[in-house]
Write a protein that binds this ligand. Sequence first.
Ligand SMILES: *[C@@H]1O[C@H](CO)[C@@H](O)[C@H](O)[C@H]1NC(C)=O
Ligand SMILES: *[C@@H]1O[C@H](CO)[C@@H](O)[C@H](O)[C@H]1NC(C)=O
Ligand SMILES: *[C@@H]1O[C@H](CO)[C@@H](O)[C@H](O)[C@H]1NC(C)=O
Ligand SMILES: [Cu+2]
Length: 695
Amino acid sequence: MLRLLALVLTFSSLSHAKPISAEAANAGAASNSASTQGQLATEGTTTYDGVELASIPAAPAVSEVIAAAISQAGWTIVVDSQNTATGNLGTNAIDGNTSTFWHSEYQPVLVPLPHNATIDMKTASLVGSITYLPRQDGQANGRIGEHIIQLSPDGVTYTTVAIGTWIDDATLKTTTFTPFTARYVRIQALSEAGNRGPWSSAAEINVYTAAGAAAPSPVGKGAWVLTVDFPLVPVSIAHEWSTGQILAWSSYTPSSFGGSPGTTTYTATYNPATQLVTQAIITNVDHDMFCEGLSLDFNGRIIATGGNTDAATSSYDPTANDWTAEANLNIPRGYQAQATTSNGNLFTIGASWSGGQGGKNGELYNPTANTWTELAGCPVAPMLTADAQGVYRADNHGWLFGWSSGYVFQGGPSKAMNWYLSTETGGQTGVGNRASDTDSMCGNAVMFDAVAGKILTVGGSPDYQDSNSTANAHIITIGTPPATPTVQTIGSMAYARAFANSVVLPDGTVLVVGGQISAVPFSDATSQYTPELFNPATNTFTQVAPISIPRNYHSVAILLFDGTVGNGGGGLCGTCATNHFDMQIWNPPYLYTTSGALATRPIINSISVASVANGGTFSITTNVACTAFSMIRMSSTTHTVNTDQRRIALTPTSTAGTTYTFTVPTDPGVALPGHWMVWALAGGVPSVSMQLQVT
Ligand SMILES: *[C@@H]1O[C@H](CO)[C@@H](O)[C@H](O)[C@H]1NC(C)=O
Ligand SMILES: *[C@@H]1O[C@H](CO)[C@@H](O)[C@H](O)[C@H]1NC(C)=O
Ligand SMILES: *[C@@H]1O[C@H](CO)[C@@H](O)[C@H](O)[C@H]1NC(C)=O
Ligand SMILES: [Cu+2]
């Protein structure tokens, strides 16, 4: 049986095994005995269920936009426990000396987790980041893993600004969040990063003033309310329909790529309900799922194809919490787009980043038969951009949409648009250019109104890199294949951007977030911090609350199950300075009243069925009268591409009290089977979603 290697489980078996005496030697650092370390994880020698971590480079310091360090002079600190016997006092965490460290008490009494440290900076500042430096004496014990960071202006009322899990290494951890005026900083440690034991330690805790301004009023702009720290750079993310979690992964290490032949993927899971981030290293599928093609099949399985391991296909079933190796691609690929079709197959095309350059014609995966079939009638040539780096870049990241009768619409990034037919031996019909748009590599395309076949396209740059992006925006209405779609040029965004991400919201607006003016992989220069919200009623963009963390190459964004948006990642460049091990969560403006308070949300009390066929009906019952309804397909995204997300505005066919009945569109090209989030809105305020599988 294929097996998921869950670090959490592995670690828990060790977590209480360590004798206190070992820690005494360890924290004292005077006479560390290798033998007392035994099975414990130490840098460079750790084995996790057969995965040798010795070859993994230490993660570099995370570079965030930080302003000035606030002087530690005069600070006081209160910790829940400290190991007085060895002098590992709380004050060591704020003494500016990286050789000394705070350690929770382990002798004479072993004080269990959780632990906490509260710093009083004596004066309030607009705080934007904190850094946590684990002990620097070569020992790992007590590195903080799962944590909660809270700020307070008065030492009475604390606000949580960040949660998550720091990676288990000795490097400096930077956590950046929405600027917040605070005098007190509290770190709660919920786990030890390697689950080696119930300890916490810190060489230094520093606090930085914000690089940006205080958050604007959330009215009309929303608010970035939480930073989620991941133990890896989330380059790919996807909805897990059965768990309500977000699965994220990087590559063969948490912060770098390029390993060969590529058999490992670091993953992490964010659970919004518990606010916990857990991690697992996937080795059983022999697949480094970095720069892969990605989409969700009809059963809500995450299907990752190619990438760094260029021919592999892997599926993840969230009900089993298990990755499975599937059939190899016929044409090895990396950077392909991939779209689930109305027939339940997965169409992929392009992708010369890996597996050789050129000739990356269309191919179809049948998940039932577990077979890949080349489609002779689906040449890649008509969708190439005129990239300065040639076909290596020209066939990357297609904007694909599964549509009626097995057709797939390709709306970009080339200025040329095509219909591909995924049935029999395939077909291709060129349908002209996207108005006067340029090639728009690493721009976005979002089907915000699937019933009308409407796609918003934004940004991108003519060449993949070293190329200035555009602020261009278009609405493509795709119509009935293989007819030529209608393209409307609409007013541009305020800001040019490539490597941004776009997310359709329950009310049909689309958030465009992150990106940079000049497209340069692994650079955060010319970052765009101000997201824009597209309004389909007016075809205009509104600037909303700024992000605090640059989100460029290898960044992601996704709608969360509660109607908030997660925007994360960027980097994955080893020792570079642009790795972002985190995600910020945005409350859209619809969650606030006109006075800036959190709005009262309607509740979907029940849904009549768990699954419904195309053309079938379902009902929801809400707690209050609702005036708008929609469904949005769960999705997966990496490298600016999300071919799964699409929104359907629902109109009740009948209403009885607060029970509303809907008919799911008959065409599986429109209501693409799979798992969807159903929303009800009252006065523009959405409920939390209810799940519905379309079959
Ligand atoms: C900090 O730890 C102390 C001692 O365990 C505990 O009483 C207190 O509630 C903790 N505070 C927080 C905010 O976790
Ligand atoms: C830092 O702490 C170490 C260990 O106690 C000590 O030897 C060293 O002198 C300290 N450095 C400074 C600059 O105080
Ligand atoms: C990008 O735009 C800037 C400002 O207009 C210009 O100086 C630069 O040469 C442009 N870069 C490229 C690669 O076109
Ligand atoms: Cu990449």
